[in-house]
Design a protein around this ligand. Sequence first.
Ligand code: AMP
Length: 547
Amino acid sequence: MLGLMQEHPLMISSLLEFAERHHGDGEIVSRRVEGDIHRYTWADVARRARQVARALDSDGLAFSERVATLAWNGYRHLELYYGVSGSGRVLHTINPRLHPDQIAWIANHAEDSVLAFDLSFLPLVQAVHARCPNVRKWIALCDADKLPQDSGVPNLVSYEAWMGTQPTDYAWPKFDENTASSMCYTSGTTGNPKAALYSHRSSVLHAYAAALPDVMCLSARDSVLPVVPMFHVNAWGIPYSAAMVGCKLVFPGPALDGKSVYELIEAEKVTFAAGVPTVWQMMLGHMKPANLRFSTLKRTVIGGSACPPAMIGAFQDDYGVEVLHAWGMTEMSPLGTLCTLKNKHMEMSPQDRLNIRLKQGRAIFGVDMKIVDGDGQDVTWDGKAYGDLYVKGPWVVREYFKGEGGDPLVKDANGQGWFPTGDVATIDADGYLQITDRSKDVIKSGGEWISSIDIENIAVAHPAIAMAACIGVRHPKWDERPIVVVVKKPGAEVTREELLKFYEGKTAKWQIPDDVVFVDAIPLGATGKILKTRLRETLKDYKLPGL
Ligand code: AMP
């Protein structure tokens, strides 16, 4: 017997319709690329998102065509989130920190038809537009009178001229909730970047989950600052959850330095913020010497990389701000676990509580997780035994866009598919996950991926290099930085400086290794694979130059 409840597809547009009706006067504050502060409301977002949908219709964009963005966190980006997905197209947020070659590759792979960009990224657009033949319209996110003249970019229009004259009424279409809504490429693993393709259903379910009390605990009383970029897995889902709960949204634009973020928190009475450890490192670094305090900030979600214990302690003890350590992935929309305490922990000593808070936390309902050994057998949840971390759930990828990389799922005895995260973890008896290592061959610096393989490939392209291995080394600001360990060809010569110079122009500047270590041999396993664990052991006393 089936239930007798109404059937309504879960649609991203319904989040916006709800926001307009129930908290239409809720504020959205954005620091613009121009430097000034822009203010408006959820009702304005809804009206202008409808104009965006209309403009896409006028341009004849088909259902599921891709609209890309190269943009900071701001109100126009938010309008695209809703206008593009709500009208049945797919929003493709591109990470502007990537090398232009990677951006062009990604835009072509996604078959983006339109690309909207903040003016700070005009040089990037000028570098890639000729290599993106599929893009038939370039939209500068600015007023008509700010549109750059003689930019050399064909079919360039200003956002305001493009959507501003459209009628403000529009009936959001209803369609299958499993329709693709947005996409995000991850360059986290080896080979070409692969895209997670989110659906309306997965995004709305994730938005419910993200707002739960033991997740981000978002409410209509909050003023929320997503420092995490809208090009990083939909700013961890905050733009959707915010519409659901009616909190104030504060967007930092391009100003992500410690001073600007701190001043925005104070000026906009921010109660909740979210970002990677590096951002908070910069903010605490600004606050400490000037003896600054927070007036309103209560909670901050820190994730994307392991949160250093000292940071959790500093937020808690020096500023009375609760740190919620979170773990997730692009492939998981991104939230997987979040660290909040259980009732029984409240009587514990502050040190014992801190030890729990250092973990990445408990699974959110909707995410099943398990740790397995080399034979695929479940590892006990005792907080000590570790294994490869697998996940499944309605906001976890089934496969990548265009089937790239083949079927990523690993089947269990019941035929259920689990996504192998590439992380190694323990889980304790209370269900708290702790990431202990990474089996995937990548380095995460300041929350951004660097592929070790790419770094190694560039090194071995140098005529004097026989073999190269790239590993991550701890760094106080960036969490990890890459170094490249190399073996020279017999009789060949190259200096550290020459090799580092060789990287210039071949990869993004911040992906260039911090150092070169010359060795006689690199340890190899039986199959000829570089034994990075052995290499890391050998270099355990290594210190980055200048630290
Ligand atoms: P991304 O797809 O860029 O969001 O990166 C996801 C990966 O970042 C995870 O698989 C982990 O390797 C790493 N990561 C994310 N959050 C954390 C965390 N809190 N602690 C340690 N590693 C993390």
